[in-house]
Design a protein around this ligand. Structure first.
Ligand code: FAD
Length: 117
């Protein structure tokens, strides 16, 4: 049981890292297709998330707070907000979303491109 909880938490940290980094690298001015792709990705992420109780819980959160995919900033702020919803439900601290822009830098910007903002 304890081992299960450790593995679940590790999965959660890895998944959140990927999730927020995806938002941080989403275009500032996405095309309609890019926004649609992110929306699909988020819904499939929620549906296929390997921890079943987490997946159904997260799908409820998405129903209440639909993905914001109109821009990088909107997506990043939305992701931070829904992660905080999970934090609250687990009795964890709220993360300050105003710092989100600096937090998830994967070092994958192309030459001449700004990694953030
Ligand atoms: P995590 O919540 O994993 O966060 C990792 C790091 O991200 C933090 O250390 C902090 O630096 C940063 N961070 C924290 N909050 C935010 C934020 N709001 N925005 C951006 N960055 C932030 N576990 C369950 O037990 N029950 C569930 O129902 C459940 N549902 C989940 C649903 C999803 C979609 C995911 C991805 C995970 C879920 N988890 C669930 C796992 C849980 O959210 C945590 O990942 C796990 O408990 C480990 O927590 P942690 O304290 O190490 O930090």
């Amino acid at each position: 049981k304890l081992g299960n909880e450790t593995a679940k938490a590790e999965l959660g940290r890895a998944a959140w890292k990927l999730f927020h980094t995806t938002m941080a690298r989403f275009p500032e001015n996405p095309t309609t297709e890019e926004s649609a792709a992110l929306k699909d990705y988020i819904h499939l992420f929620a549906r296929l998330y390997p921890c079943g109780e987490c997946a159904s819980h997260f799908q409820q959160i998405l129903k209440k707070y639909p993905p914001q995919v109109g821009s990088r900033n909107a997506a990043a702020q939305w992701a931070c907000f829904v992660h905080n919803e999970v934090n609250v439900s687990k009795g964890k601290e709220i993360f300050d979303c105003k710092d989100i822009g600096d937090w998830y830098d994967c070092g994958c910007a192309e030459e001449g491109e700004d990694d953030k903002k």
